[in-house]
Design a binder for this molecule. Structure first.
Ligand code: A2P
Length: 349
């Protein structure tokens, strides 16, 4: 499908804030691939990138500094430039009349802002939100919520215990670059001069059970986000989901080990069928129980990959599964573009 500008009155004017970053670049790819309709496209970043030329669907666009950009030129604005940028500039965009799809934590728990995973709660997009903002959830929460929806609907969830294995790209390009640099330094030997900026201690040949800052509870903010956001997306305010979030030396694609205890007994064969029937989910052990997804094999993918589906031996209501999802696409850019597609389809822009 081509995404050349669509000049019809119905096609929205689109802006991407953070267009030069890891999520912004992925968003541009996805807009091209899926042929999202737009009548104008504006690429916005920091003043460092002003004047840079980027090609989208064969047309060259000049990146504009956010301070110079007139948000009145856009009907829908994607924000993926960090929380402080969203806190400062999203109100400017909404005051100018744009609908914002925000990829940061800034507005996710605001009661006037829907938190949307289109495969789960697209009905939230039936009307324009009071705040003018639609929040894109955390990258690990999105694939988890997509699977939990199907499980809750069939068996009811008593509780879920999740460990994440999160890739360096969760921190953008600078995260991936630091993983590469720390790996090179480690290979040079213990005397190599390397001071980590983002991942501490260094991520190369390591795993770090801390993502985002610690809270007084001893959990991290990332772990708290997964609990609160999953509850909000699923509309289950008392859902018991507890998480350990771990950074691993993988460039891209988050993995999660998920234990779910349900209200009623779960038959493994039926569970496989229920998961495989969910939209844009691929179950790897349908044919052979020994197949499983991994980040390097999944690569860049628009599916949530599931494997290692195991009924527990001592509790007929419980099971384990393993999931892998591209955090830049499923966990960020694709979800945001799919929100925009739903808004266009429902005419709620
Ligand atoms: P820039 O490339 O000009 O720094 P990533 O997630 O890969 O780190 O990318 C972050 C994105 O957010 C980039 O597009 C970056 O632009 C943008 N960005 C960072 N700081 C600001 C800022 N203060 N104002 C506008 N955009 C920003």
């Amino acid at each position: 499908m081509s995404s050349a500008p669509d000049r019809t009155a119905a096609a929205p004017r689109v802006a991407i804030v953070g267009a030069t970053g890891a999520v912004g670049t992925t968003m541009i790819e996805i807009i091209e691939e899926r042929g999202l309709r737009y009548s104008e496209l504006h690429l916005v970043a920091s003043s460092r990138s002003a004047g840079r030329k980027l090609t989208v669907a064969g047309r060259e666009y000049e990146v504009q500094a956010i301070e110079e950009f007139d948000f009145g030129q856009a009907d829908v604005v994607f924000f993926s430039a960090g929380t402080t940028v969203s806190e400062k500039w999203v109100p400017v965009a909404t005051a100018a009349g744009a609908v914002v799809i925000d990829n940061t934590i800034a507005f996710r728990m605001d009661p006037d802002t829907p938190l949307v995973v289109p495969q789960v709660n697209a009905h939230e997009l039936d009307r324009r939100p009071k705040s003018g903002v639609i929040a894109n959830p955390n990258c690990s929460t999105i694939p988890l919520a997509r699977l939990l929806r199907g499980i809750e609907d069939r068996w009811g969830i008593r509780n879920a215990v999740v460990s994440t294995y999160q890739a360096a790209s969760g921190l953008g390009y600078s995260g991936v670059e630091e993983l590469q640099e720390s790996t090179r330094a480690s290979l040079q030997g213990p005397d190599a001069d390397f001071e980590p900026q983002h991942f501490k201690p260094a991520l190369a040949f390591n795993v770090i059970p801390k993502i985002d800052r610690f809270l007084d509870s001893g959990f991290t903010l990332e772990e708290e986000k997964m609990l609160q956001e999953t509850r909000k997306i699923l509309g289950l305010p008392h859902l018991d989901v507890t998480t350990t979030c771990v950074r691993v030396p993988v460039a891209n694609c988050h993995s999660e080990s998920v234990y779910v205890e349900c209200q009623s007994p779960v038959d493994r064969a039926e569970l496989v069928e229920v998961l495989a029937a969910l939209p844009e989910v691929k179950v790897h052990d349908r044919e052979t129980v020994t197949a499983f997804p991994t980040p390097a094999v999944v690569g860049s993918s628009d599916l949530v990959h599931v494997g290692r589906i195991r009924a527990t031996q001592n509790n007929p209501r419980a099971f384990w599964l393993w999931l892998v999802a591209d955090n830049l696409r499923i966990g960020a850019a694709l979800n945001a573009v799919q929100i925009a597609e739903e808004l266009i389809e429902r005419d709620t822009l």
